[in-house]
Design a binder for this molecule. Structure first.
Ligand SMILES: *[C@@H]1O[C@H](CO)[C@@H](O)[C@H](O)[C@H]1NC(C)=O
Ligand SMILES: *[C@@H]1O[C@H](CO)[C@@H](O)[C@H](O)[C@H]1NC(C)=O
Ligand SMILES: *[C@@H]1O[C@H](CO)[C@@H](O)[C@H](O)[C@H]1NC(C)=O
Ligand SMILES: *[C@@H]1O[C@H](CO)[C@@H](O)[C@H](O)[C@H]1NC(C)=O
Ligand SMILES: *[C@@H]1O[C@H](CO)[C@@H](O)[C@H](O)[C@H]1NC(C)=O
Ligand SMILES: [Ca+2]
Ligand SMILES: [Ca+2]
Length: 253
């Protein structure tokens, strides 16, 4: 009995509890709605914050953009200044070069070695290497016209300098026009036999050979090098041949 009562009581209490439950459920939905409202608020706040941040970002971007344009301007300023510096540098550079040239000229003049343009200084003398070809007498006269004379070679050093400068045969100021076999320089000095650079070939055939084939008068004018290409030594050649030539002149003091 007790049990039945207890049972019904339990049922009743169960029913009441189910009532309670539905009430609780209502409460829960209410609470849920309240929570939803809360979430909506939170979301709204978050969105607001986002909006503020977005506005902030836009503002920052705008500031950055103005800064960037400022920066661009300053860069272009610097670019302008850089070109100014480049111009200044160029001016100074040119002045420096000009000063060096002057110093070089002074150096040369103090070394008694001032040569005209197109003339090359060596050992206190000036040398002119022609680009035109003339026969020997024309070459001799042309060097005089230029204020010098056909080159007179007095040393191994001078010979070496000349051969270092020429790649083809050139007339020099030496001839045996007056007396066959007696070689004289254009200043009427006889050839010093201890300072001569005639080609001495291995087969014993040497220059001057007074070659008479091709022209009966023989070869009376000396040239630096051979038409075949060697330029290290002297050969005698037909004076009427046209060759380049080397003039020599004293260097200006
Ligand atoms: C070069 O830069 C200086 C500042 O360093 C500035 O005062 C001057 O105006 C600039 N000059 C030019 C031509 O931009
Ligand atoms: C001037 O001559 C001296 C000595 O020969 C040399 O050391 C110097 O470099 C020369 N200067 C120039 C500018 O040629
Ligand atoms: C020939 O040259 C040598 C060597 O340079 C020299 O000792 C000699 O005096 C010169 N002879 C003449 C006649 O100039
Ligand atoms: C050089 O050749 C000419 C012309 O043939 C001749 O008169 C002269 O004797 C020759 N000289 C020598 C040293 O052979
Ligand atoms: C060089 O050429 C000139 C002009 O053509 C001439 O008068 C002279 O006789 C020539 N000299 C020789 C050595 O051939
Ligand atoms: Ca000869
Ligand atoms: Ca010859």
């Amino acid at each position: 009995m007790d049990v039945v009562y207890g049972n019904s009581d339990y049922i009743r209490s169960a029913t009441s509890s189910s009532d309670k439950c539905s009430r609780y459920k209502d409460q829960k939905t209410f609470k849920k709605e309240a929570a939803l409202h809360k979430w909506a608020k939170v979301l709204l706040i978050v969105l607001s914050v986002c909006l503020v941040f977005a506005l902030g970002s836009v503002c920052t971007l705008a500031v950055l953009l103005t800064h960037a344009t400022h920066f661009n301007v300053s860069v272009s300023d610097q670019g302008h200044n850089a070109t100014d510096y480049k111009e200044q540098f160029d001016v100074l550079h040119n002045q420096h070069e000009e000063t060096l040239r002057k110093l070089n000229r002074l150096n040369h003049s103090t070394g008694c070695a001032l040569c005209s343009v197109h003339w090359i200084h060596f050992g206190g003398k000036c040398y002119f290497f022609s680009t035109v070809k003339m026969n020997w007498t024309q070459s001799r006269d042309h060097c005089v016209t230029l204020g010098g004379h056909l080159v007179i070679i007095n040393s191994q050093a001078e010979q070496d300098f000349l051969t270092s400068k020429v790649k083809v045969t050139h007339w020099i100021g030496l001839n045996d026009l007056d007396t066959e076999g007696h070689w004289f320089w254009v200043n009427n000095q006889p050839l010093n036999d201890s300072v001569e650079f005639w080609i001495k070939r291995e087969n014993g055939v040497r220059e001057p050979d007074n070659w008479t084939k091709g022209h009966p008068a023989g070869e009376d004018c000396a040239s630096l090098g051979h038409p075949a290409g060697e330029t290290d030594f002297w050969t005698d050649a037909f004076c009427f041949q046209e060759k380049r030539f080397v003039c020599e002149a004293a260097a200006a003091v």
